[in-house]
Design a binder for this molecule. Structure first.
Ligand code: NDP
Length: 290
């Protein structure tokens, strides 16, 4: 069997076009959704991500503001900027690009973002809402994966879903979204004893570890849907995922490539989250009333 390739680039373009249409409707009411991205320091990968996010906003008709702060910025200065953005009515979404420099308390910075503007969905209130089945913002990467499964008409209800990687930003929220959609979910981490035994049960296998090629063909159930979240840069500059793609595509029923899979969906869902924050703000819906 050769797997169907799930084209994240094409789906991302469709989602962005839908966002652009909804943005037009809001703009006709005099509201332009606005995203603020705060970047502290000079991390080259973060610079690229921030540029791409700002460009995607412009293309879809959203307003974007990029705030660049030096590596030596103090935590107090960053918190001040976040508070000003919380109070700025033209900004509906706030994203602080991670990782932050080592002298910052990342959790404290994220908790300072108003939960209604936390388009990354990392604020503890948003994590709690997701956990209790009433999500306000779904973290962009797992949200993008759900969108891919939906567009591929993957049957989630009753399916065995295995998530490899349990970070707060990908693995854990991924597990919650799959659970809410009716899957039986297994969440694996680096301590999982026999990883292959777990992954071979998966009808839906999501891998997000940052370990290039760690999931091989023999770890995949024939016909499974395999979503590779990993983005790993090789010494030659190429990008690979966490799944050994060439072998895996001979066993899986459907698989995402890297690049061109989950990556483009993450940005598309950031636009969706920002748009929805603006729509809620326009409708006067707050965290308390939703
Ligand atoms: P983290 O490093 O925060 O988490 C990695 C997780 O993988 C941890 O839970 C860790 O377990 C687990 N893990 C590590 N090694 C193994 C192993 N051998 N077997 C099983 N589990 C293992 O990474 P992130 O979640 O932030 O990112 C994961 C990958 O996804 C990275 O490649 C990253 O670049 C990519 N990514 C891609 C995005 C996109 O838009 N496509 C967005 C965000 C991330 P433990 O908890 O025990 O340490």
């Amino acid at each position: 069997m050769t797997a169907r390739i799930i084209d994240g680039k094409a789906l991302s373009a469709t989602v962005r076009a839908e966002v652009a249409e909804r943005v037009k409707t809001l703009r006709a009411q005099g509201i332009q959704p606005g995203l603020a991205v705060v970047l502290v320091g000079e991390d080259p990968a973060s610079q690229v991500y921030v540029r791409n996010k700002a460009a995607a906003c412009e293309q879809a008709g959203l307003h974007s503001r990029v705030i660049r702060m030096g590596e030596d910025t103090t935590e107090a200065e960053l918190l001040d900027v976040v508070r000003q953005l919380n109070d700025d009515a033209s900004i509906h979404g706030i994203l602080v690009q991670l990782p932050l420099p080592g002298h910052m308390n990342t959790a404290k910075v994220i908790e300072t973002i108003a939960a209604e503007k936390d388009v990354d969905g990392f604020h503890i209130s948003n994590a709690g809402l997701l956990m209790t089945g009433k999500p306000l913002f779904r973290p962009c990467t797992p949200y993008g994966v759900m969108k891919m499964l939906e567009s591929e008409q993957v049957a989630i209800w009753g399916a065995e879903a295995v998530v490899v990687g349990a970070s707060n930003i990908v693995g854990k929220p991924m597990a919650m979204l799959l659970l809410a959609a009716g899957a039986t979910v297994t969440l694996c981490n680096s301590k999982t004893r026999d990883l292959g035994k777990q992954t071979r049960r998966a009808d839906i296998l999501i891998v997000a570890t940052g370990r290039p090629g760690m999931v091989t063909a023999d770890m995949i159930k024939p016909g499974a849907v395999v979503i590779d979240v990993g983005i790993n840069r090789l010494p030659d500059g190429g990008l690979v995922g966490d799944v050994e793609f060439e072998g895996a595509r001979e066993v899986a029923g459907a698989i995402t490539p890297v690049p061109g899979g989950v990556g483009p969906m993450t940005i598309a869902m950031l636009l969706v989250n920002t748009l929805e924050a603006a729509e809620r703000s326009a409708a006067g819906i707050s965290l308390q009333t939703q």
